[in-house]
Design a protein around this ligand. Structure first.
Ligand code: SF4
Ligand code: SF4
Length: 120
C-alpha cells in the first residue's frame, strides 16, 4: 500500500515531503514529484507536511486521482533511471503559490506534468 503523489503537487515543489521521508523514495520531475512504490514503507510521515494535501495512501486516493498510482510508478521508474532521486528540501517553484489557489488549482491535470525525458 504505497503512498502516492497526486494532482495538487503539480507546479509546487515545496518538497517538505522529501525532508521527512526516512527512505528517500521521492523522485523529481521538472514540475512534479512522485513516490517510488517499491521503496515507500508506508510510514505516513510525508502526508501531514504537504501544504496542499497532495499525498495519499494508494487505497485512499480520491476517485478522480486514482490514476496517479500508475503515474507514480511509471514516472518514478523513469526519473530513477535518469538519476533524479530528491533527498533534500529545495525552494518551491516560483509559481507554487499561484497554483495553490483558484482558479489555477483546479485546472491542474496530469497533462501538465512535465518530464525530463527528452528535455536533457
Ligand atoms: S510537499 Fe506535497 S506538493 Fe510539495 S513537493 Fe511534496 S508532495 Fe508535492
Ligand atoms: S509514506 Fe513514508 S516512506 Fe512513503 S513516501 Fe511518505 S515519508 Fe516516504
Amino acid at each position: 500500500m504505497p503512498y502516492v503523489v497526486a494532482q495538487p503537487c503539480i507546479n509546487c515543489k515545496h518538497t517538505d515531503c522529501v525532508e521527512v521521508c526516512p527512505v528517500d523514495c521521492f523522485y523529481e520531475g521538472p514540475n512534479f514529484l512522485v513516490i517510488h512504490p517499491d521503496e515507500c514503507i508506508d510510514c505516513n510521515a510525508c502526508v501531514p507536511v504537504c501544504p496542499v494535501e497532495a499525498i495519499y495512501a494508494d487505497d485512499e486516493l480520491p476517485e478522480q486521482w486514482e490514476h496517479y498510482a500508475e503515474w507514480n510508478t511509471y514516472l518514478a521508474e523513469q526519473w530513477q533511471a535518469l538519476g533524479y532521486n530528491i533527498t533534500e528540501k529545495k525552494d518551491a517553484l516560483p509559481e507554487a503559490e499561484e497554483y495553490a489557489a483558484e482558479p489555477l488549482l483546479s485546472q491542474k491535470s496530469e497533462e501538465d506534468i512535465l518530464t525530463w525525458e527528452g528535455a536533457e
